[in-house]
Design a protein around this ligand. Structure first.
Ligand SMILES: [Zn+2]
Length: 448
């Protein structure tokens, strides 16, 4: 049972802020902060995510714990331990902050405590294989230098729900965190947690292989966190597991945003078609050449004109579909290739993939001075071969003509050359610039 006192507090705050109306167990007609229409709604018994009803036109989704962090930080004050409920705060945290069904988790965790600097917090403590433990600090974790603690070694193992029979799985998703694995499992997947992206589960995989005997091995879907460390680890683990005879691929929870599997669970975005998209992001990560990546995007999006990044270089893809289809036909007639192989070959021949800069620009933010009427765009430039990135300002005129952009680029970063045209630059700016943050000049110092 979810404690109603806290939920009532959340409901009254939501009604006040978004002007919701109560209707048959739902809060409806709240004002959407993105589109300003009265379309925001949420369930009264689980008011943890607000959604805009204009799914295609707006699609706003607000995670309530992010707008009222103060209501989601004092679990043991609101849910004190009692003899009848020894895990009261831990239970509430898992249900309300993580949106998890705790019934199937009974006995897998206990509420424990963490103390440092004379301060204390309740924790949710899970038992790991090999006699190890992991605990998550839940009461105002920002007061401490850590959010979680490990005891013992879990190296080479994974954490798995005991009710999952992994020998029955056709695919297993391998995540970093326990909450991520539970989130996927509660959406119908077989999922395990590696605890850390550096932990290759050699012992767990060996045990699974033995248990499977002659039965077909499941596909391993490496679904670690987004970001450099996780993505590097995915590539490494995919390669190693393939060498060891597993079929392996990757999945990422998001292409650009900083979301994890638990966020997606809270937002109800772990449906079948969502999962296909996350697998596509994983496939993009594993591509080995610009042509492979272009083909993947082309096949998935059916667009024949787009830009993309590969190995920190800026590429443009443009395909004359009619000519391409003819080329595929010609290759199929003259060579013994599959349709896929012929398509790849035709794409390579077509010259559809072109490098237009030997670095990749990412707009970070926009800055304007009201007093002087000057403005700048801050761009981050990434380079291949682990060369450190460069951050630099670009004026509007430097972003509106290819020749000005080319000059500025070469000026701010040694050897950075743009060979694209103004139309390509326009397309890039039109797509990327409207989303970036705006910074006022008085904030100039100290922005990070
Ligand atoms: Zn909206």
């Amino acid at each position: 049972m979810i404690n109603t006192m806290r939920v009532n507090l959340i409901i009254s705050k939501l009604i006040q802020e978004f002007q919701f109306k109560e209707q048959n167990g739902y809060l409806r007609q709240g004002i959407c902060p993105d589109c300003q229409k009265k379309e925001l709604f949420t369930a009264i018994d689980k008011p943890f995510v607000l959604k805009c009803g204009r799914e295609n036109k707006c699609g706003a989704e607000i995670i309530v714990k992010e707008i009222y962090p103060e209501l989601f930080h004092n679990w043991s004050t609101h849910y004190p331990k009692t003899q009848q409920a020894p895990n009261a705060a831990a239970d509430a945290y898992l249900q309300q902050a993580r949106g998890l069904n705790i019934a199937p988790l009974k006995g897998l965790y206990i509420e424990s405590g963490y103390h440092a600097k004379g301060l204390g917090s309740a924790t949710v403590k899970f038992t790991l294989p090999n006699g190890a433990y992991w605990e998550r600090v839940i009461d105002n974790p920002q007061r401490f230098d850590r959010k979680a603690n490990f005891f013992g070694s879990y190296k080479g193992y994974w954490w798995s729900l005991p009710q999952q029979d992994l020998t029955k799985a056709t695919e297993i998703w391998l995540t970093e965190g326990i909450f991520d694995a539970i989130s996927l499992a509660q959406n119908g997947l077989y999922a395990v947690s590696l605890m850390s992206c550096h932990n290759y589960p050699e012992h767990a995989l060996a045990a699974l292989k033995t248990a499977l005997g002659a039965n077909k091995k499941p596909l391993l879907v490496w679904a670690l966190d987004k970001g450099n460390a996780g993505e590097k680890a995915i590539r490494k683990h995919v390669a190693r597991s393939q060498q060891e005879g597993w079929k392996s691929c990757a999945a990422l929870p998001s292409q650009f945003k900083n979301e994890d599997w638990n966020d997606l669970h809270l937002k109800g975005k772990l449906e079948r078609y969502d999962l296909m998209r996350y697998r596509y992001y994983g496939d993009l990560l594993l591509t080995k050449s610009a042509t492979d990546k272009a083909m993947l995007i082309f096949n998935y999006t059916h667009r024949n004109d787009f830009y993309f990044q590969f190995d920190s270089r800026f590429y443009w893809f443009k395909l004359d579909i009619e000519r391409h289809l003819k080329a595929v036909e010609r290759i199929l007639d003259s060579e013994k290739l599959t349709k896929e192989e012929a398509t790849t070959k035709a794409l390579k021949e077509s010259g559809a993939v072109n490098e237009i800069a030997n670095c990749y620009p990412t707009p970070l933010y926009f800055q304007k001075s009201e007093e002087t009427d000057e403005s700048w765009y801050y761009l981050k430039l990434d380079f291949p071969q682990q060369r450190p990135n460069v951050k630099a300002t670009f004026t509007a005129s430097q972003l509106t003509s290819a020749s000005e952009f080319k000059k500025r680029l070469l000026h701010v970063a040694k050897g950075a050359v743009y060979t694209g045209d103004t139309h390509q630059l326009d397309r890039f700016c039109k797509n990327e610039l409207p989303h970036i943050k705006e910074v006022k000049t008085q904030n100039f110092i100290g922005y990070s």
